[in-house]
Every structure is written in C-alpha cells, then in structure tokens.
Design a protein around this ligand. Structure first.
Ligand code: C2E
Ligand code: MG
Ligand code: MG
Ligand code: MG
Length: 284
C-alpha cells in the first residue's frame, strides 16, 4: 500500500510537470511537422456591409490539423508559434494561401477584400514589405484587395520602425487595419502618426454592448475617433441583429461575426452571382 501511495504521489507530481513540458514539446514538434506536411488550412469568415447585406470581404483564420485529423483553433498553437518564431514561415504561408484564394475569387468575379492577420514578429522582420510584394506578385492579387490586420502591440514595440514599414506597405497599395482595437494602449496622438486605414472594434466590447453602458460608451468613442481620423470602422464578434443595428446607427457599417457566418473553408463558401457582386447565402 505504502509503495503504491508513494508511486501515486510520485506520478501525481511528475505528470503535472510532464504534461506541461511534454505538451509544449509535443506541440512544438507538431507545429514543425505540420508545416512540413502542410497540415494547415485557412478558413474564411465574411465581412458584411450591414446596409446592403453584401459580403465585401473575408478574414483568413488559420487552423491546424493534428496527425489524428483533429482540427485545432489558433488559440491552441499561435502563441507557441509566436514564441518559437515559427509564426514567420507559418504566417507567410497563410498570406500566400489567402492571397491565392482572393485572386481565385476575383477571377470568378467575386471581388472581396482579403484580410490577413500579421503577427508582430512577421511585421518587424525587416523584409516584411518585400515579402508582401513578392506574394502579391506571384498570386497576381490586386494590392487594393489585400488588408493586413495588426494589433496595437505591434505598432508600439518600435513605433519608428513600424511607421516605416507602414509607409512601405502603403506604397505597395495594401490596406492596414488595427485589430482588437481598444484593448491595447494607443492614444489618439499616437494613432494619427501611423498611416492606417481601418479600426476594428474588439469583440469584447461588442459582446456586452447591449447591457454594459461602459462598453457602449467605448464603442461610441472608437467610432468617433475613427471618423475623426477618416478611418474605416469594422465591428467584430457581432452575434445579434440588435448589435448590428445599433453599430450601424452609430456609424459602423462593416460587420463580422456569427450573425452572418462562422469561419469556414473556401470550398464551403457559396456565392449567388447576380451583378458581379459576391453575396454569401449562409447566415443572412
Ligand atoms: P482575430 O484576428 O481577432 O479574429 C477574430 C476571432 O473571433 C476568430 O477566432 C473568429 O473565429 C472569432 N469570431 C468571429 N466572429 C465571432 C463571433 O461572432 N463571436 C465569437 N465569440 N467569436 C467570433 P479564431 O479563428 O479562433 O482566431 C483567434 C485569433 O487567432 C485571431 O483573432 C488572431 O489573433 C489569431 N489568428 C488566426 N489566424 C491567424 C494567422 O494566420 N496569423 C496570426 N498571426 N494570427 C492568427
Ligand atoms: Mg483579425
Ligand atoms: Mg480581432
Ligand atoms: Mg482577437
């Protein structure tokens, strides 16, 4: 008995530690293997012009398949990819796949702006504008149809370098959006120094806007700020029609969220071809 207890205790302590180390180690190995074996898939979620109910864009959101075929969401592997630097090759792959998809849709007459999330390490890599130019070049995507989503943290870590990168991106003709806006630390004065096109209101504010006055006030402030700076406004995490209606009445016209659709593979997108304008069947 004593022996068994001892073993159990030993096992108890070691598994906790083992789980931590093993899962991190395993996940890192899985990440590398998945990169080599192309076990990533890009899902796309529509962005909708609330006024006309038209799909005007899509956000590329990466998923990883485990060797057992389990679908892993980015929350499970992006943080480690960032820690290990694997986000740089992974991010480039997502950029390529998303631009290829947008170019394919464009060739089929579906003109959608493609939004791609860019991690701080990618953005700060020094050659980032060249990487974007290269991808645009070999996918043939119109730069006007590419939007890069970065976060406030990416801008703030080295503001001068970030500004130079943004200027170079602007010269290429691509758009830049500030994702999860309101959760970081940018000030109005700071924002106007950067050539940014879009503010994306963080979903945490949208989630509670109907019953939390301060979230509603923050949204109003962000919209006013965006309007003052001449920026486009996008709301993410829109799940209820009432949220969409209030956001639109406050001046935010581009919506993204489960109210319209969930991220899905390009093969599951369906378009109704009417006037050359893409329209998604699902959701609405
Ligand atoms: P994000 O860029 O802010 O993307 C929005 C997230 O909210 C996505 O989660 C999306 O599926 C989810 N979402 C959309 N509409 C709704 C809604 O109505 N309700 C709720 N509750 N959630 C909604 P996802 O796909 O799990 O991605 C999570 C985060 O992972 C992204 O947040 C982004 O920061 C990161 N990520 C995803 N793909 C990439 C990538 O290719 N590169 C990099 N660097 N980061 C990525
Ligand atoms: Mg995003
Ligand atoms: Mg976001
Ligand atoms: Mg987010």
């Amino acid at each position: 008995r004593a022996k068994q207890d001892g073993r159990n205790r030993y096992r108890f302590f070691s598994t906790e530690l083992e789980d931590l180390v093993l899962s991190r180690h395993l996940l890192e190995r899985h990440l590398r293997e998945a990169l080599q074996e192309n076990r990533f898939e890009v899902f796309y979620q529509s962005k909708v012009n609330a006024r006309e109910g038209r799909v005007i864009g899509a956000e590329a959101l990466v998923r990883m398949y485990s060797t057992e075929g389990e679908l892993l969401s980015p929350g499970r592997f992006i943080p480690l990819a960032e820690e290990t630097g694997l986000i740089v090759p992974l991010g480039k792959m997502v950029l390529e796949m998303a631009c290829q998809q947008a170019a394919t849709w464009q060739a089929q007459g579906h003109v959608l702006k493609m939004s791609v999330n860019i991690a701080a390490a990618q953005f700060a890599a020094g050659n980032f504008p060249e990487v974007v130019a290269e991808v645009l070049d070999h996918t043939g995507l119109n730069p006007d149809l590419l939007e890069l989503e970065i976060t406030e943290g990416t801008l703030m870590s080295d503001a001068n370098a970030a500004r130079e990168t943004l200027v170079a991106l602007k010269e290429l003709g691509v758009h830049v959006s500030l994702d999860d806006f309101g959760t970081g630390y940018s000030s109005l004065a700071y924002l106007k120094r950067f050539p940014l096109d879009t503010l994306k209101i963080d979903q945490s504010f949208v989630r509670d806007m109907l019953n939390d006055k301060s979230d509603m006030a923050i949204i109003q402030t962000i919209i006013a700020l965006g309007q003052t700076l001449g920026m486009e406004l996008v709301a993410e995490g829109v799940e209820l029609r009432e949220q969409a209606e209030i956001l639109a009445s406050m001046g935010c016209h581009i919506m993204q969220g489960y109210l319209y659709d969930k991220p899905k593979p390009a093969s599951e997108w369906s378009f109704v071809e009417a006037t050359g304008i893409a329209r998604s069947i699902s959701g609405t």
